[in-house]
Design a protein around this ligand. Sequence first.
Ligand code: ADP
Length: 187
Amino acid sequence: MKYYILFGPPGAGKGTQAGAMAEKFNLKHISTGELLRGEIAAGTPLGLQAKALIDAGNLVPDEVVEGMIEDKFNTIKGVDGFLLDGFPRTEAQAVALDEILERRGEKLTGVVSIMIPDGMIMERIRHRAEIEGRADDARDEIILNRISTYHAKTEPLIAFYKASGRYREVDGTGTIEEVRERIFEIM
Ligand code: ADP
């Protein structure tokens, strides 16, 4: 099985690119953000717990998303691999992912990192807010909190994965098609 991580700051275009990547390589796209929004929409206890954190632009507890990921690995069949979008987001989650993969006798295939400058994040998310109406996209102060959470907790993962030799970066600026071609080339 292939295990890819789709990495990048909020608004880099992970969700936009994931569909084409999953289709081309027969991967199951797993977005922890989407899974969490599903729990909120369904009004589950987990959703209720997650909602306040997400709406404020904070991360949900590591154990919550780690459990979701392992559950998906265990239950999804009929694909050649997985494309993780929005996970891992902390070093603890990255370590947990290694452990989950080890229990399965598998290892990470690679990290595809989509990079855009901070200045572009705000612009992209403001645009998305008009289309998707996500609560955590609605206010600049929430977006700024997500950007600083990314720098503080998620960006250190770049060094973590570079050290493993499985990290590849693509320029996330340009058209959707241009970015998609860059991604396909490195995959
Ligand atoms: P973005 O477009 O900002 O990358 P996502 O849809 O990936 O948004 O995530 C939305 C929110 O869901 C995050 O800001 C965070 O609150 C929560 N979330 C998603 N994935 C994780 C994770 N791996 N760990 C903790 N919180 C997460």
